[in-house]
Write a protein that binds this ligand. Structure first.
Ligand code: SF4
Length: 232
């Protein structure tokens, strides 16, 4: 691999890459060379490329009719190496305009909920069942969900989260391909591509029924335990 690219990777990984201009590379730098091999860096390179390619693919997607009414696609927000992946039903009009997930007062509540369990937006990746906003605040239909499903799978495969949190009934049913009611889905551990899934109330619902926050808190405590167990 080209040395300039290697140094950029090391810098991005927080490894000291100071190199004296007039003397040979230090012992410290030789050690770093030994620890980070080309195969590992090339794997990271390919993950980054796949992620960027997926973003471009979604941005240009015309697989369902939603692309004709949405202002722009909403790929998702956050870290593509996050341990937590949050999946909502579909974005609202503000998200549609800005092309970002959860930027309204629902997003503010979600941020508050994450802060309560010591997570920031950098610790999670937040996305939706469909990447385009359905018109008139309606939910996506079955065809639209099926058309977009492949993007969600590929996001999960690239991120490799330790847990997925489904936000509300619609997101949970679409993700888990079930018609079960919310109360029978909450409090249990499900699976999506072998990643554990827990289901919580949609933050939009919590804005209307704040007394339900206590139940979400318990579900999130459960999720924290799953992540800890997943780390071995
Ligand atoms: S909702 Fe998904 S499948 Fe449909 S056009 Fe948008 S990105 Fe493509």
């Amino acid at each position: 691999m080209d040395n300039t690219i290697r140094l950029q990777y090391l810098e991005a990984m927080g490894i000291d890459v100071w190199v004296p201009k007039t003397s040979p590379p230090s012992h410290k730098n030789q050690l770093v060379e030994a620890v980070v091999d080309d195969t590992e860096l090339e794997t990271k390179d390919s993950v980054i490329n796949n992620w960027n390619n997926l973003k471009i693919e979604v941005a240009n997607c015309t697989k369902c009719a939603l692309h004709t009414t949405a202002s722009k696609t909403v790929f998702g927000s956050g870290d593509n190496k996050a341990e937590w992946m949050l999946v909502g039903e579909a974005q609202g009009q503000q998200e549609d305009k800005q092309g970002l997930s959860f930027v309204s007062n629902v997003g503010a509540l979600l941020t508050e909920m994450l802060r309560a369990i010591d997570l920031t937006s950098k610790d999670v990746f937040i996305t939706n069942i469909t990447k385009c906003t359905p018109p008139n605040n309606r939910l996506p239909d079955v065809n639209e969900i099926d058309s977009c499903n492949n993007y969600l799978h590929r996001q999960q495969q690239l991120i490799k989260p330790k847990i997925i949190v489904a936000l509300g009934l619609f997101a949970a049913q679409s993700l888990l391909k079930t018609n079960k009611p919310l109360d029978s889905l909450r409090g249990k551990v499900h699976s999506f591509n072998d990643t554990p899934v827990i289901v919580i109330y949609d933050p939009a619902y919590l804005l209307r029924f704040p007394f339900k926050k206590q139940e979400v808190w318990l579900n999130l405590m459960h999720a924290i335990q799953i992540v800890k167990n997943n780390k071995g």
